[in-house]
Design a protein around this ligand. Sequence first.
Ligand code: MG
Length: 453
Amino acid sequence: MNSVRSLKISISGVRGIVGETLSPFLLNRFAQAFGTYLNSGTVLVGRDTRTSGEMIQHAVISGLLSAGCNVIDGGILPVPTVGLAVPCLGADGAVAITASHNPVEWNALKFLRADGIYLNEYQGEALLDIYHGGEFKRVSHLHAGKVRYQENIFQWHKSAIFKSIDVETIKKRRFKAALDCCNGAGSLVTPYFLQSLGCEVFPVHCEPNGIFPHHPEPVPENIENLCQAVRKNGADIGFAQDPDADRLALVTEQGTALSEQLTLALVVDFVLSRAKTEGQKVVVNLSTTKTIDDLCKKYRATLIRTPIGEVHVAEKMKKEGALIGGEGGGGVIYPVVRYGRDSYSAIALLLEMLAKRNIIASEAVACMPKYEMIKEGIQCSMDNMRVVLHRLEQVYEGEVIDTRDGIKIIRENVWAHVRPSNTEPVLRVIAEGKDRRVAEGLLQEIHRHIDVP
Ligand code: MG
């Protein structure tokens, strides 16, 4: 991979390959820029288990201290725990060191605000301007920041969730849960979290060594070991987290891996079903399954869609006072706990749903409206992307389309979303229909317009 493609500097932070593009020099400058952006203050730093994490953490902490920030070192933490802890600690922001579901040689910095939400695009732009400008705040020896280590930050996360669910009902069911943390940040806390909910836990890949045993994206093709563990141990459910533990995928008691779209759908169904009034708001991104539209119709809730990206969904949820929301790729946002994707809230709500309804996982899935989703990535230069998207807008202008993030073509029983990736020179194309054939049909049609020489 060439060096340009292995480094991505954007409003979402910086991401690159350790030993190639993600140098301590660059990381340190980014941290100085964030310290300058915050004009000092207190910053929480947390990381996933990647073996590069310690090197990066030291580069980041040094940059923050030089700008006069005080640093709270939270050690290895799930990203949702970092987000939740920022306001709990009264910190002014946080740096999360994780490349999430990207392969293990990658790492990244993500920046969070005082409310625990990622910087939005305007704030991200402001940080980038400081980074590129190179005029960083530097304090004298009298004002250099200090570091303190804070243990047990996850306790706050756990208690925020436990306050919002019926722990006793879950405990009584004495669930057997298999768990695949991909040896990521969840490894240190998720087994304990499940045990606190009365579960017997069958861990698979829960060693916090940062060596990922499979591709870290929590999708069915990567979690076969978890499926086996469910079957072998007669577990009621299997949970798969990605390495920063914001996303969650599920395996039924039969050992069947579910599409990650179903995680959010099952949670939305449960949360809407117990809402006291109709007209509740649900916020999801444009690429999330149509199952959510059907559920909102069923419970007379209002569905609002946003461009892709957690911060878009989270800010919209906050503004609209949404009851539940998230991103289809296993990213549940339960605002009672925090405005950010959180696999722990999702685990708790799903167990509560099974316990309260007294059903098993496959029964919960059987009640869900069914759709088939197909995802593709098409290599495409940035210039070409603009041409392609413009062409598609012209082709489909007579139909129902949404052009807030690429183009989404919406028909009665099928939709397709074509958008530039935030992280690679790739056009992401997603189509979903009542069956695979209809989704493929629309995909092929779009291909004919994209592939024009
Ligand atoms: Mg993630």
